[in-house]
Design a protein around this ligand. Structure first.
Ligand code: HEC
Length: 83
């Protein structure tokens, strides 16, 4: 009984990981960007769907309010998801 409970908890964690990742990227955007950029769509609409554009954005954000690599990656994910 206890063992199946543990299995269930682990399965739940694994299954909810993608949803959590999405929440985290929104949380990172809200924390770092929302105060000035109220509409993420306005930013994401201008992003080209290319590796170059993504790399440029990454470099830009190092100096633009997202020095933390993990949060920066989350923010970029969020902007590309919002497209
Ligand atoms: C303290 C205010 C502030 C914060 C916080 C902020 N920005 Fe900005 N951002 C600006 C201003 C001002 C500009 C330049 C004017 C404009 O384009 O709106 C700008 C420009 C940009 C641009 C270029 C837009 C263009 O016209 O090419 C991008 C992309 C951007 N910000 C993304 C972000 C992201 C992502 C975050 C969160 C990590 C963030 N910004 C946080 C104020 C801010």
């Amino acid at each position: 009984m206890i063992r199946s409970g543990v299995f269930f908890a682990v399965a739940l964690l694994v299954l909810s990981a993608p949803a959590m990742a999405q929440t985290n990227s929104k949380a990172a955007y809200d924390e770092l960007c929302l105060s000035c950029h109220k509409q993420p769509q306005r930013l994401s609409a201008r992003l080209a769907n290319t590796v170059e554009a993504r790399t440029k954005l990454d470099e830009f954000l190092i100096k633009h309010y997202a020095p933390d690599a993990e949060k920066r990656a989350a923010v970029i994910d969020f902007l590309y998801q919002a497209k």
